[in-house]
Ligand binder design. Structure first.
Ligand SMILES: Cc1ncc(COP(=O)(O)O)c(C=O)c1O
Length: 419
C-alpha cells in the first residue's frame, strides 16, 4: 500500500522503519505521512483547471490540527460540521472566509459562533435551520451567507451508511423543491443567498455519480439565475474515492478535474470541492501489537492490542483494510486468521480470514489506509485509553496527539451524592 515498503526485510512507512518507532511509542498508535498528505493535495489541486475554485478540506475525516494546518499552509479552506471542528479549523489558521459549515443538525450555539466568525457560508439543510440562521443574523445585525444543500436523489458511495444523496437520506432538500426554498430564503431578513451545494456520498470511485450530481447542480443554478437569484458559489461536496485494497481501482483524479472543467468551466461561479478521505485515508496507518494467538480446528484468531474503539470502520461499515506484518513475509506456509481486538464484542475485528505468515506473540502488525475516519471515530469504550497519533516527515516522527490514559478518563466521572 501507499508509502509502505519492505527494506532489508523491515516494513518502512515513508522511509522510516516502523519497528524502530515501536521501541519508543506504546502501541497501538496512528501514524501519518506528511509527504503523502501533501502529495494528495497537490495531485487534486493540479488536476483542477477552473478559474475560480476552493478546496475546502473536510475536517471530519481527520481533525488533528497538524493535519488541518498542513492543508491550511497549502491554501486549503475547510468544510466543518460542528463548532468543535470550526474551532479546530480556526486554530489551525484556516481563514474564516474559507470555511463552509455543513451538517443537518446545527444548534443555536453553533450558528451564533459561525456568524460571529464571519465564515464563508452555511450549507443549509432545512427550512427550520434557515429560519434560525436568519433570526441569529438579525440579532447580530448581519446577513448570513447561505447555500442550500440540495438532495439530488443519486445513489453513490462505498456502502449504504456513507451514501448521502438519495431521496430517503436525511441530508439536504429535494432538488425538486429548490425554487420554493430559494424563494423562501430570499424573503428572510437575515439571509444572503450565496450559492448551492450537494454532497452525494463517500468513497465514490466512478465518475458517473459525480457527473449526474454536477448536471443537477448546474441545471438548478441556471434555473435560479433565470429567476433572478444571485448564485456565486457551487459547492460540489467531497466523496472522492481511494484505494483500500490492492485490486481496487480508485477515482481517476485527472478525469475528475476534467469533469469539473467540462461541467463548470463556463459558469462564472466559485466552485468548492470538499475532499476528506482522498486527502487523508492512505496517509495513515494503525500500528498494533499481537497479544495472543489462538488456533483451533475451526478458527484461528490473532488478538491485537488495538480495538474497535480505536478503529471502527471494519465493523461499522464492513470496510476492507489491508494488514501487513513488520517482518517481510517469507516463503513459509500462511495460515488464515481473524484479526481481532480485546474489546468485549464479537464485532471487534479488523479483518477476517486473512493470510498471515510466521507471526508470533509480541510481533507488530500494520492496519493500512486508516488516515481517514480512523482516530476521529475512536471512543473510550471498555474504558480504554485513547491512543497516540504521530506525524512522519522525511525519516523522523513527532507526536501530534498524546494518548489520554484511563485514569484521566475515569477521573471525569463524578460519584453522585445519592449513591
Ligand atoms: C458535507 C460533506 N462534505 C464532505 C465530506 C467528505 O467526504 P469524503 O471524505 O468522502 O471526501 C462529507 C463526508 O461525510 C460530508 O458529509
Amino acid at each position: 500500500m501507499t508509502n509502505l515498503d519492505y527494506e532489508k526485510g523491515n516494513l518502512t512507512f515513508d522511509n522510516l522503519i516502523i519497528k524502530d518507532i515501536t521501541k519508543e511509542i506504546e502501541t497501538p498508535f496512528y501514524c501519518y505521512s506528511l509527504n503523502h498528505l501533501k502529495d494528495q493535495y497537490k495531485s487534486l489541486n493540479n488536476a483542477i483547471n477552473l478559474q475560480n475554485y476552493e478546496i475546502c478540506y473536510a475536517v471530519k475525516s481527520n481533525s488533528n490540527q497538524s493535519i488541518i494546518k498542513n492543508f491550511a499552509n497549502m491554501g486549503s479552506g475547510a468544510d466543518v460540521v460542528s463548532i468543535g471542528e470550526m474551532k479546530r479549523a480556526l486554530k489551525a489558521d484556516i481563514a474564516p472566509n474559507k470555511i463552509v459549515f455543513s451538517g443537518v443538525g446545527k444548534n443555536a450555539n453553533e450558528i451564533k459562533y459561525a456568524l460571529e466568525n464571519d465564515i464563508l457560508m452555511f450549507n443549509v439543510e432545512s427550512i427550520s435551520e434557515l429560519k434560525k440562521i436568519s433570526n441569529e443574523a438579525v440579532a447580530q445585525s448581519k446577513k448570513a451567507p447561505i447555500a442550500i444543500r440540495i438532495n439530488p436523489d443519486i445513489s453513490a458511495g462505498g456502502n449504504e451508511k456513507i451514501s448521502t444523496g438519495k431521496a430517503q437520506d436525511k441530508f439536504g432538500i429535494s432538488w425538486k423543491d429548490a425554487l420554493k426554498i430559494y424563494e423562501y430564503a430570499s424573503s428572510l431578513p437575515g439571509i444572503e443567498i450565496k450559492g448551492i451545494d450537494a454532497h452525494i456520498g463517500s468513497q465514490i470511485n466512478q465518475l458517473e455519480p459525480f457527473s449526474h450530481s454536477f448536471d443537477i447542480l448546474k441545471q438548478i443554478t441556471n434555473m435560479l439565475r433565470d429567476k433572478g437569484f444571485k448564485i456565486d458559489v457551487i459547492d460540489v461536496g467531497g466523496g472522492l474515492g481511494v484505494k483500500y485494497s490492492n485490486d481496487e481501482i480508485p477515482l481517476d483524479t485527472e478525469k475528475y478535474g476534467k469533469l469539473l472543467s467540462d461541467k463548470f468551466g463556463n459558469i462564472d461561479c466559485k466552485i468548492i470541492i470538499e475532499p476528506g478521505r482522498f486527502l487523508t485515508a492512505n496517509a495513515g496507518i494503525l500500528v498494533t501489537k499481537i497479544l495472543h494467538i489462538k488456533e483451533s480446528d475451526i478458527k484461528n484468531f490473532t488478538i491485537v492490542d488495538a480495538g474497535m474503539n480505536d478503529f471502527i470502520r471494519p465493523t461499522l461499515y464492513g470496510a476492507h483494510h489491508e494488514v501487513m506484518t513488520l517482518k517481510e513475509p517469507d516463503n513459509s506456509q500462511a495460515l488464515k486468521y481473524d484479526l481481532v481486538g480485546p474489546v468485549c464484542e464479537t464485532g471487534d475485528f479488523f479483518a477476517k480470514d486473512i493470510n498471515l505468515k510466521n507471526i508470533n506473540e509480541g510481533d507488530f502488525l500494520v492496519i493500512c489506509s486508516t488516515g481517514a475516519y480512523g482516530s476521529v471515530q475512536s471512543s473510550n469504550y471498555n474504558t480504554r485509553a485513547s491512543i497516540d497519533e504521530l506525524l512522519i516527515n522525511n525519516g523522523e516522527y513527532e507526536i501530534i496527539r498524546k494518548r489520554i490514559d484511563e485514569d484521566t478518563i475515569i477521573n471525569k466521572d463524578i460519584i453522585s451524592k445519592w449513591v
